[in-house]
Write a protein that binds this ligand. Structure first.
Ligand SMILES: *[C@@H]1O[C@H](CO)[C@@H](O)[C@H](O)[C@H]1NC(C)=O
Length: 333
């Protein structure tokens, strides 16, 4: 983990002295290491078009979702303070190791991981940008906890022409922080560089305004959504939407503003998983100064506990003023 010493130093500089040594030295570097491993696995997997299908070419030809899941499971098993894990691939909370190591009982830090190993299966085959989403929770379970208090960090792995990771940390008693690292150097050299030590949304005015209308088909049945999309078009917003939750959210974090809307309507059901997609994304957005709210209740995504690993919802996130505008358009404010 020598390679991540700059990341460790950065995390330690934003946390109060001597707090959460395992989080900074072990948990977060381990996940960054997984992201690097998944990026390499993707570059060398040529059967990605099988991802998400029941079809299989044989035992050792795994689809990339399963490959990413394995990389994460194998690495976190070596990380003593991660007690529990569940994922989009295996949505049941269970101990992250078969047998509890002695190291675990000695550590005062106990974490639960909730992750989506490879988000964006439907756009993997055309080689579009996909991502990994990870939420890190205090304690031995992420369920029935208030996310705003118990989810203390979240990480996005972004697999495009470049591999990057966005890391947000919000532990009680310290200032929330969000930063970005770049992975991999020339000739496959294993490097990890802090690209931006502060990922933060900007203040208006903006020359260009961006919108990302997810679940756009729903506009055909939902007048409010149709009116909202029409508003963006009439106001000459620029469309920036790939259909991958990670790259679509990262676009706002890189440009410093924007609005992402994934509504829930009577005919189009909630699709995004609260534990593996919504709560980690919401923490990243909040740490960067953005808002992330539920399109049905208008409440913050992180206000309501997750009761079940499979719970789903919609999402409105981005620049606070833009989020308020959507809430008003939906009659929620
Ligand atoms: C997919 O994209 C990556 C990064 O842009 C590139 O290195 C790779 O060659 C592409 N693979 C295919 C099969 O197009």
């Amino acid at each position: 983990m020598e390679r991540y010493s700059n990341v460790v130093a950065h995390i330690q500089s934003v946390l109060p002295p001597d707090t959460r040594p395992s989080l900074s030295r072990s948990v977060i570097p381990t996940i960054i290491h997984c992201i690097d491993g998944i990026a390499q696995a993707l570059r060398t997997s040529h059967q990605v078009s099988l991802a998400g299908t029941a079809n299989s070419f044989g035992d050792d030809q795994l689809n990339v979702d399963v490959l990413a899941e394995r990389i994460i499971r194998d690495e976190i098993a070596k990380c003593p303070s991660i007690a529990t894990a569940s994922s989009e691939e295996e949505p049941t909370e269970r101990p992250s190791r078969e047998t509890e190591s002695a190291a675990h009982s000695e550590s005062s830090e106990v974490y639960t991981l909730a992750f989506d190993p490879l988000d964006g299966s439907s756009i993997i085959a055309p080689n579009w940008t996909v991502g990994t989403i990870v939420g890190i929770w205090d304690g031995a379970s992420a369920l029935h906890q208030t996310p705003s208090e118990k989810q203390i960090a979240a990480i996005l792995g972004v697999y495009g022409p470049r591999t990057t990771a966005i890391i947000a940390i919000r532990v009680p008693g310290s200032t929330p922080t969000c930063f970005e690292v770049g992975l991999g150097g020339k000739d496959g050299e294993a490097t990890c560089e802090i690209v931006r030590s502060k990922v933060e949304l900007l203040s208006p005015p903006f020359k260009t305004r961006y919108f990302a209308p997810a679940n756009l088909r729903a506009a055909a049945e939902d007048e409010k959504y149709m009116k909202l999309v029409t508003h963006y078009i009439q106001q000459k917003y620029t469309l920036r939407y790939s259909g991958g939750l990670v790259p679509d959210v990262v676009h706002m974090l890189v440009k410093g503003h924007g609005i992402y809307v994934s509504p829930v309507t009577t005919t189009s059901k909630a699709k995004l998983r609260r534990l593996y997609e919504l709560t980690p994304i919401a923490l990243i957005m909040e740490c960067a100064g953005a808002s992330a709210v539920d399109p049905v209740t208008g409440k913050g995504i992180l206000e309501e506990p997750v009761g079940d690993c499979d719970e789903r919802g919609g999402l409105i996130c981005g620049t606070a003023d833009e989020v308020s505008f959507v809430l008003r358009s939906f009659g929620l404010q």
